[in-house]
Design a protein around this ligand. Structure first.
Ligand code: AMP
Ligand code: TRP
Length: 341
């Protein structure tokens, strides 16, 4: 800690973020947030609520303040400790947008044209997609590089954006002949780096799926979790005994991966334990596991949300900490570019 109470920043800083778009789900937890918790004891961590990213889609442009508090509550309920980690809202720190502009000037359009998330989200009507959705990965690179972060724990869907971030950091460093920006490493770990929909094993579990049955929300009750798991798609074939039996059975593979990540067992052990048994047994145990983890988080989120002033104070302290580091780094970046100051 420094005198002003701001945590000292070491060289190995961890940064990640989630958009405040409501419906935080099991994919966000297993693919991202759960994996952040352990870093807190060994590294400086910054966890951001990325509202500037959220407004790239028109359907996300309401209730940003409530959803931001909800994400903060989900972070804390999942084990992120505000005393150890910095939690703040992206739009509170002007450095993100400022650096995004600068980095945009070091990002060839050809690199952005390769981004599959833009293609998926923009769909057929690219001409009508907002510029922000297109340049979204540049803002993401700015989030990470603004704090000179080294490690970025995310779900598998963010891999391409992180590769781009590395390219942008190198492009800037090369142009200014500096090693100012570290080249951040993606951390994509666990057995559920890509949690799929409970209704269609080929589709990612997502906040925007119109069917609530497709996902387990971090705010679901025990009863909702039980019903969703019981209704989750399976097939009439026997329980798989080995990885080979999982071929062309994405729904089964997904349920086993979820079990593996939440119960911290290998998928091999799970297949050994349930071979010859009915899917019903497996689903009952999976329910119990999910309920013991997720319901606890869900109750904690509700409790935290009932104390808005506490959450507001965490976010305000987090913004102060983030701003100090952002200002320091932005000043150095401006010097490197030789902006008139
Ligand atoms: P988002 O909700 O898009 O802001 O995502 C926040 C974090 O959750 C990112 O690290 C994503 O990679 C991760 N994530 C989102 N959906 C999934 C999923 N279905 N499986 C695994 N990780 C996910
Ligand atoms: N793009 C990420 C997602 O949708 C969220 C995000 C924004 C992020 N900025 C980030 C994740 C920086 C890690 C680091 O999931």
């Amino acid at each position: 800690m420094t005198e002003s109470g701001i945590k000292k920043v070491g060289n190995d800083l961890v940064f990640s973020g989630v958009q405040p778009t409501g419906n935080l789900h099991l994919g966000n937890y297993l693919g991202a947030i759960k994996n952040w918790v352990d870093f807190q004891n060994s590294k400086k961590c910054i966890f951001c609520i990325v509202d500037l990213h959220a407004i790239t889609a028109s359907e996300n442009r309401s209730k940003l303040d409530d959803f931001s508090r909800e994400v903060a509550a989900a972070y804390i309920a999942s084990g992120i400790e505000p005393k150890k980690s910095t939690i703040f809202v992206q739009s509170n720190i002007t450095g993100h947008s400022e650096l995004a502009w600068i980095l945009g000037c070091h990002t060839p359009i050809g690199w952005l044209n390769r981004m599959t998330q833009f293609k998926d989200k923009a769909g057929k009507n690219k001409e009508k997609a907002p510029l922000g959705l297109y340049s979204y990965p540049v803002l993401m690179a700015a989030d990470i590089l603004l704090y000179k972060s080294n490690f970025v724990p995310v779900g598998d869907d963010q891999k391409q954006h992180l590769e781009l971030c590395r390219d942008i950091a190198q492009s800037f460093n090369r142009f200014y002949n500096t090693d100012f920006f570290p080249i951040p490493e993606p951390i994509i770990t666990g057995s559920a780096t890509r949690v799929m929909s409970l209704k269609d094993g080929k589709k990612k579990m997502s906040k925007s799926d119109p069917s609530d049955q497709s996902r387990i929300n971090l705010t679901d009750s025990e009863d909702q979790i039980r019903k969703k798991v019981q209704k989750a798609k399976t097939d009439s074939m026997p329980f798989p005994e080995s990885k080979n039996d999982l071929e062309n059975r994405p729904e089964i593979e997904n349920l086993i991966n979820i079990y593996s990540a939440i119960g911290e067992h290998s998928s091999e052990k799970i297949m050994q334990d349930y071979k010859g048994k009915d899917f019903k047994n497996f689903k009952e145990d999976l329910c119990d596991l999910l309920i013991s983890k997720i319901s606890k988080i869900s109750m904690e989120i509700k409790k935290l949300l009932s104390d808005q002033s506490y959450l507001n104070s965490i976010l305000s302290d987090g913004a102060k900490e983030a701003n100090e580091l952002s200002e320091k780094n932005m000043n150095e970046i401006k010097k490197i570019i030789k902006f008139y100051t």
